[in-house]
Design a binder for this molecule. Structure first.
Ligand code: PHE
Length: 450
């Protein structure tokens, strides 16, 4: 089998390219589709507070740890651990990440397929004048169809594979730099419309006024899982992207900026969704995975220029989803091509088609295969179990095993950068994050009870 030539690895060309790629990975359906419905099901304000706490305390340090590992080793997620600690089983983190990538991409592409249906409906102006009940029925009957959602999912997987395969990621990054700020702008406009609807105040109250009586241990685990999922951490995506980062970049500011942008977009999505939800009389925990697809059209319907805004929004949502799916597929493709010696193109075809096949079962979980519920199994297991577990091992690795000097060299670019809060980072990766993740995790899945 042909050996991979590591001198010919790809890398990001510029600082803005790094940010665009990492933010592109982080910002996606996790912010706009997953955050609102998970927050809604878990009580709103208190969930948001815990979620943001986890981002700051655990998310940013885990992200920085992943960048550190990847850039140090210049390898895929599995190969990085193999290279840095050859005789120890840390590479299992990489393998776990690859398993997580399979699960995430399988169910994520289901939702990505739904965004294509959303686009088609927006183009045909099918949402105009619809009541909340009608919109809800439209969504529910579409996802239960079977054939059509599967076709859309497959189309989306093709798009993802095509981008990874033909190496136009850099082109995508260039566009993402322009398109993502526009997405941000539309979400802000949506938010303004939403909070000015009659009866919107209750929604703001729901999102920003924490009611801790609604919190239990599973909520805390959901918040941790959502933080990991949204930041794309815990499975090696950012180890892989970190391995393409130039030695001159400042890893800590990158981690900080990407996390801040990601969190801002999730909160803004909440500001757009919840006030509208209350204004239109929809209960926060009743719509499940369909929430944004049922609510957003209602807001656009109430807006001057709503038709055009909705079209643009759908298009940008698809781009945001694509910049995330390519980062997940990249984890698997980098592993296949660097470790198994398969050419990059063949690796892409094998990975995309096997994940696509799994994904079909996720999509059918809403229709003919109801009851199998692979969608929810993958969604729950990846976000709430595999990612936190991966994150736990990653901080332990960086905090205790990678070596102080190595960590310092990588984060400070061999002493050139003054890294404020470096001590805080060390304390977090050595003590705070491992203990916090372990506690939340064991509690959430019922291993311990306090
Ligand atoms: N963070 C992405 C989103 O919010 C999803 C993702 C998870 C991407 C894990 C890569 C790895 O949409």
């Amino acid at each position: 089998m042909a050996k991979f030539d590591f001198t010919k690895r790809d890398s990001f060309g510029s600082r803005i390219g790094v940010i665009a790629a990492a933010a592109g990975s982080a910002i996606g359906l996790g912010n706009i589709w997953r955050f609102p419905y998970v927050a809604g099901e878990n009580g709103g304000g208190a969930f948001l507070l815990i979620y943001v706490g986890f981002i700051v305390l655990i998310g940013v340090p885990v992200m920085l740890s992943e960048f550190t590992i990847g850039r140090r080793a210049q390898r895929n997620a599995y190969g990085s651990f193999k290279l840095l600690k050859p005789k120890q089983p840390w590479y299992l983190i990489g393998l776990m990440g690859i398993a997580a990538a399979f699960m995430i991409l399988a169910f994520y592409s289901t939702v990505a397929g739904w965004t294509l249906e959303y686009l088609i409906n927006a183009i045909s102006n099918n949402y105009a004048g619809k009541t909340p009940e009608q919109l809800s029925n439209m969504f529910d009957s579409f996802v239960s169809l079977g054939f059509k959602p599967v076709i859309f999912q497959v189309i989306f997987m093709f798009l993802t594979a095509w981008i990874v395969y033909s190496g136009v990621r850099h082109g995508i990054e260039r566009y993402a730099k322009i398109l993502m700020p526009i997405l941000l702008l539309i979400i802000i406009v949506l938010g303004i419309r939403s909070v000015t609807l009659e009866g919107a105040g209750e929604g703001l109250n729901f999102l920003f006024n924490p009611d801790f009586s609604k919190i239990d241990t599973s909520t805390v685990l959901e918040a941790l899982g959502q933080a990991f999922f949204s930041l794309s951490i815990g499975m090696g995506t950012l180890i892989t992207y970190g391995s393409y980062i130039n030695k001159k970049e400042n890893l800590s500011t990158t981690a900080f900026e990407v996390s801040a942008a990601d969190t801002a977009i999730a909160i803004l999505a909440g500001v757009a969704i919840f006030p509208a939800m209350f204004a239109f009389g929809v209960e926060p925990n009743t719509s499940g995975e369909g929430l944004v697809f049922k609510i957003l059209p209602l807001i656009f319907n109430e807006m001057p220029g709503g038709f055009a805004f909705q079209l643009l929004f759908c298009f940008l949502l698809i781009v945001a989803a694509l910049t995330s799916t390519i980062s997940v597929l990249e984890v698997v493709v980098a592993y296949f091509s660097e470790e198994l010696g398969v050419g990059r193109k063949i690796a892409t075809v094998i990975a995309a088609s096997s994940i696509g096949f799994l994904g079909i079962f996720c999509t059918l979980s809403f229709g003919p295969l109801q009851g199998l519920d692979l969608f929810e199994i993958f969604n729950f297991t990846s976000a709430n179990i595999l990612l936190p577990l991966g994150g736990l091992l990653i901080v332990i690795f960086v905090g205790w095993f990678l070596g102080r000097q190595n960590v310092y060299d990588e984060i400070s670019n061999s002493g050139i950068l003054k890294v404020r809060l470096y001590k805080v980072f060390l304390i977090i990766v050595r003590f705070v994050a491992p203990i916090a993740i372990a506690l939340v995790f064991m509690h959430g899945i019922g291993i311990i009870r306090i």
